[in-house]
Design a protein around this ligand. Sequence first.
Ligand code: FA5
Length: 350
Amino acid sequence: MASLIDNARKLQEEFTAEAGKVRETPRSSLIEELRVSWLGRKGALNKLYEDLKSVDKAERPEAGKAINQLRQSIEKEVNELKELAVGFEIKEKLSRTPVDISLPLKGELSQGSLHPVTLMRSLLLKAFRRLGFTVYDGPEVDQDFYNFSALNIPEHHPARDMQDTFFLKDKNFLLRTHTSNIQIHAMLQEKPPVRLVAPGRVYRVDNDATHTPMFHQIECVVVDRGISFSHLKGIIDSFLKSVFGNDLQTRFRPSFFPFVEPGAEVDLQCTICRGKGCRVCSHTGWLEIGGSGMIHPNVFESVQYDSEDYTGFAFGFGIDRMAMLAYGLPDLRQMFTGDYRYLSQFPIYR
Ligand code: FA5
């Protein structure tokens, strides 16, 4: 019995020496030879198990334990060597065949694609730049003042509920619910005349086929002497035509937003059913894309603009909604799943 345990110990030393040599150049073929000669059917370990049968019954458990330990240690080392082989063989192959980085790629070169919202935003900005607008930016995390109070939405106004808000721990800060906060930031920074557009992310507690919790709006603000509602209609009509073409109809519906007077919602004819009515447009033939109106004198007051001297208009449109219409998408939420197969199919619109 003592001799079997001694034998196992000796074999362990022999194995460690052999494995050490393989470690110097851990090639798969050498590791396989090592494995077969130690763990294979005719290997050293199986011979030990054979010998175990002739060991006295009372001493067999201890001897068995010694052999099992040896087997585990061999298996562990073989597995480690196999992992080393992967890197070793790649390096060896690379050193034999140097890489010529000037050669053209094998196979097809896959190209990235732009997100439908990015495509729509670029199209809109191009249209507005052509009309002479400046592109502005504003904070996504903002104070209540810019998102609500300065826009004539006092603390207990029901309009705050219409835009279910994500507040930060400090309730004075929130994720902006619309890009209209930019109206205040911009007018506090600039003296009239003002002519700007500002695209950006906005957030609301919303979730269905035409509403997502994070979406994109583009805000437009124009302030000058003599600005009227017909200017507002003219600009909206002009940029929608440049994006969607001359065939699609737009319509204005009187609506209420505390920061404008008068206010109107803007609908675009549904591109999916061309006005006939479908699930996406709730069978009305129209899809609401934004709100608009003449800037309220109370808003001018909060930014110290003289409402006797200046008038202005503003509108805020959903970029995602416009992308939805442009590409005929039935559900906004699909755009934000991050599925590459879905996202890679959008061509540049028009
Ligand atoms: C506003 O957000 C106003 N700030 C727009 C405005 C600006 C009016 C300036 C007057 C003057 P409204 O809540 O209707 O309005 O949103 C504007 C557009 O954003 C909607 O018409 C729609 O196209 C889009 N929208 C609103 N909620 C969502 C949502 N959850 N997911 C995707 N798009 C949305």
